[in-house]
Ligand binder design. Structure first.
Ligand code: NAD
Length: 288
């Protein structure tokens, strides 16, 4: 199946850590992009953030000024889901909550045309389950980008039980056209990467709880001796503890309470305290 044409409109819902970056990726590939967030001003702020990133690239001589301006000009903040009705592809990147995502997709289905492809950037929730109440679940799939979306190459294209093979192939080809390295996966809890990554966080948190060493020591060790780009604590701070904790709980529940995936009380306490990592200015590290 061919990739979507760059004239086709891409909608992104959620302008947080992931959504703004995904919108940038699609706009960089040449698509007109609509960005919606239900928090006042968030979509505009997301696009302003992209503008600032691109201006830095221009200042460093890594991008022509008119190219950066053209990318930003292709991104439009919108006020409601109804403004996404003429999109060919929707990528949802809102809160990691099954019921909220289901509601959004049910509303989208009533607004969008029959050929609109519906995708979720969920890290861990079942695509089968998100799609279950849709009238046409065959057009729903996962399109799982990694953080930061404009930098990280991998995209998991996730098929639920009902996903049409042609839909998955179109998304795969589109991700490739966007300069990404896609991989097909089926909708198992945490898919591939978040399944493999769970022990990285969980064992780091267990070491911390057992008093083995402080986060900075553990992170430095994993980077220098283990060869990881980031240690588990700085990576959790980047992801956001609210998101990471929700993903941990979701994978734990999906595997019927398998203790390998048990959430950590340290993580829970950080979420309760509002210490969400970089996005709140404080997590394991202080970003103020
Ligand atoms: P975030 O909290 O940074 O941003 C979520 C945004 O969605 C917020 O701006 C919020 O206002 C908005 N939102 C919430 N409910 C909404 C609704 N009903 N309608 C419209 N907008 C709504 O979260 P994030 O880190 O960007 O994560 C978003 C999704 O991407 C989650 O499903 C998460 O699991 C997944 N994900 C996150 C990462 C990561 O590293 N943070 C990586 C891959 C995938």
């Amino acid at each position: 199946m061919p990739a979507l044409a760059t004239s086709e409109i891409i909608a992104v819902i959620g302008a947080g850590a992931m959504g703004a970056g995904i919108a940038q990726v699609a706009a960089q590939a040449g698509h007109p992009v609509r960005l919606y967030d239900n928090r006042d001003g968030a979509a505009r702020a997301g696009i302003d953030g992209v503008r600032r990133q691109l201006e830095k690239r221009v200042a460093r001589g890594k991008m022509a000024q008119d190219e950066g301006e053209a990318i930003v000009a292709r991104m439009t903040p919108v006020d409601g889901l109804a403004d996404l009705a003429d999109s060919r592809l929707v990528v949802e990147a809102i809160v990691e909550n099954l019921e909220v995502k289901r509601q959004v997709f049910a509303e989208l289905e009533s607004l969008c045309g029959a050929d609109t492809l519906l995708t979720s950037n969920t890290s861990s929730l079942s695509i089968t389950s998100i799609a279950a109440n849709l009238e046409r679940p065959e057009r729903m799939a996962g399109m799982h980008f990694f953080n930061p979306a404009p930098v990280m190459k991998l995209v998991e294209v996730i098929s639920g039980l009902a996903t049409d093979a042609d839909v998955a192939e179109t998304l795969y080809a589109t991700a490739e056209a966007w300069g990404k390295v896609p991989v097909h996966a089926s909708s198992t809890p945490g898919f591939i990467v978040n399944r493999v990554a769970r022990p990285f966080y969980a064992e780091g948190l267990r070491l911390l709880q057992e008093g083995a060493a402080v986060p900075a020591t553990l992170d430095a060790l994993l980077r220098q001796a283990g060869g990881f780009r980031m240690g588990p604590f700085e990576l959790m701070d980047l992801i956001g503890h609210d998101v990471n904790y929700a993903v941990t709980r979701s994978v734990f529940d999906a595997y019927f309470g398998d203790t390998r995936f048990e959430p950590s009380l340290v993580q829970q306490a950080l979420v309760e305290a509002g210490r969400l990592g970089r996005k709140s200015g404080l997590g394991f590290y202080d970003y103020s």
